[in-house]
Write a protein that binds this ligand. Structure first.
Ligand SMILES: Nc1nc2c(ncn2[C@@H]2O[C@H](COP(=O)(O)OP(=O)(O)OP(=O)(O)O)[C@@H](O)[C@H]2O)c(=O)[nH]1
Ligand SMILES: [Mg+2]
Length: 509
């Protein structure tokens, strides 16, 4: 303003002054008039109230913007194996500590360095024994991480940053090119404002300072937000990679049957499906009611009851189809006490859900506890897998005291009913004996023609654990695919290389 004012010669200044005097006089004259009318206090009050409200609205708007940019602590992906959780908190800590001043967004080099730092932290978590864990990465895998992280960042930007889908890079460049001109125009406008309405000019000048401060703050927030999103996305994919979940070939792992399920589907004499079935394993001691449970689950639809021999001799798959459940294979097994530990471990490793069947009227459960503990030990040491959900099915509840009484349904909270109390006591004893939560113990009766609590409670429990079972299936399939992927890729690469060699001119000369 000063520079522009100095450029005018004194005749121009005089002309401007003459023109300004009556306009500038309006403010004191207005104040005088208000004073004479006794309205000055009213005007002052209105001025204070309006300014305060304006400030409050601006404060609220700023808070709202900050909330939009806030990234809540994203939980780890539920599909990850247990050993990925610690890696995810490492990534989150790194994101929280980021200072935008250290990682200028306009500098591609600094972003690459940040991606490398994130990768290094995750790699060190998964390979603490290797000196330079980053070098464990193959070229296609590194490209895949960058590709996925960029794709996700694009999605985040589209979802969270207002107008990001309309601002093209061209627009931004043009804006930048026009910035000096726009600033000059704005300067001229402000000079004009000073000339026409000095009161208004004072206020708008004040607002401008406030806005500029607010803008600088918002810019800092936006940079921090983008950097944090970037680190979390690179971290997410790095975790998927180092925990063995990032596959090079594009497919959803459960959309193809694994070789063992393909074999089991053939044994179950069913038409082959494209998707991997859920694998439900039924375990328990001899005569606990394993085969009866399978029959009861089939309901009246199947003739499966006839197919199941009295005493189960070997692992036997049946195809289970019910409303609300995708295709599943349910495995009947022989007495768990006489199953070879290896067979039991293998079957459990391939299961997505386990039913442990135990008879309520046989309280000697030491061997059951030992078998279960051994299974749990194996599962807990395999941090790259989710253990399958375990449901304990208590059978023979009709045989509990009073022996002669069997008049279901029973309300287990009713303290005046002796049968209900016996059932409740059996559930509590089983939960303690087998060290499982009470909620996962389901009492049923599987006696011929007296099936009770299967259609409602047991089915509901099964459906409630489906999500967990699907997560187990996903990791199981990913492991299988990863094993196969190496061979598939090698075969393809060799075939392509062979084709290339065959196409060489004069190869047989
Ligand atoms: N009263 C009563 N009898 C049951 C119950 N559940 C199973 N049974 C009976 O117990 C016997 C054994 O049942 P199965 O289903 O063959 O037991 P399993 O666990 O498959 O036995 P194995 O294959 O030999 O290991 C059968 O005669 C069933 O009818 C129940 O809840 N109440
Ligand atoms: Mg059986």
């Amino acid at each position: 303003m000063n520079i522009r004012f100095k450029r005018l010669d004194h005749w121009w200044r005089l002309a401007l002054l003459l023109w300004l005097v009556p306009v500038a006089g309006l403010l004191p004259l207005g104040a005088l008039w208000l004073h004479q009318q006794g309205l000055l206090w009213l005007w002052s009050t209105a001025l204070i109230v309006f300014s305060a409200s304006g400030y409050a609205v601006q404060f609220w708007l700023k808070q709202r913007e900050q909330r939009l940019l806030q990234i809540a602590h994203a939980p780890p992906d539920p599909d990850w194996p247990p050993n990925a959780e610690a890696a995810w908190s490492i990534v989150n800590d790194l994101a929280d500590q980021l200072d935008p001043a250290d990682w200028p967004l306009g500098d591609g080099q600094s972003l690459m360095a940040l991606a490398k730092l994130t990768l290094e932290r995750v790699a060190r978590h998964f390979h603490p024994e290797v000196k330079q864990p980053l070098l464990e990465l193959t070229l296609p895998h590194s490209l895949l991480i960058i590709e996925r992280a960029c794709r996700d960042l694009r999605d985040t930007l589209t979802e969270q940053v207002p107008f990001s889908h309309q601002l093209t890079l061209g627009t931004l460049t043009r804006l930048y090119r026009w910035k000096p001109f726009a600033e000059r125009l704005f300067g001229l406008y402000r000079t004009g404002q000073w000339a026409i309405n000095p009161g208004q000019a004072v206020i708008s000048e004040l607002w401008k300072h406030l806005r500029e401060r607010g803008y600088a703050l918002a810019q800092q927030d936006l940079s921090r937000w983008l950097l944090q999103a970037f680190v979390r996305q690179v971290g997410r994919h790095a975790i998927a990679l180092y925990s063995g979940r990032l596959l090079l070939l594009e497919y959803v792992p459960v959309q193809q049957t694994t070789p063992e399920s393909a074999r089991d589907l053939t044994v179950a004499k069913t038409i082959q499906d494209a998707a991997e079935p859920l694998r439900i394993l039924v375990l328990g001691r001899a005569n606990a009611g394993k085969s009866s449970l399978i029959n009861a689950l089939f309901g009246q639809i199947q003739a499966a009851t006839d197919l199941i021999p009295k005493t189960t001799q070997r692992l036997m798959p049946y195809r289970l189809e019910r409303d609300g459940l995708e295709q599943a294979l349910i495995f009947d097994t022989p007495d768990a006490e006489h199953l070879a530990p290896n067979t039991l471990r293998d079957a459990a490793a391939k299961a997505d859900m386990i039913f442990w069947v135990s008879a309520a009227h046989r309280p000697d459960r030491q061997s059951e506890r030992q078998i279960l503990d051994a299974l749990r030990l194996v599962q807990n040491t395999r941090l790259e897998r989710h253990p399958p959900p375990l449901l304990v099915v208590v059978t023979h509840i009709d045989r509990l005291r009073p022996l002669r009484e069997w008049q279901p349904p029973y309300d287990l909270t009713a303290t005046e009913n002796l049968k209900a109390m016996s059932i409740q006591a059996a559930i509590t004893a089983l939960a303690t004996d087998l060290d499982v939560p009470i909620a996962s113990v389901i009492p049923v009766c599987l006696a011929d023609g007296q099936v009770y609590n299967v259609e409602d409670t047991l089915w509901v429990a099964l459906l409630n654990h489906l999500d967990q079972a699907r997560r187990t299936r996903l990791l199981r399939c990913q492991d299988d695919r990863r094993r196969n992927e190496n061979w598939t890729l090698l075969r393809r690469q060799l075939a392509n290389a062979g084709r290339f060699l065959l196409a060489l001119p004069g190869r047989f000369d």
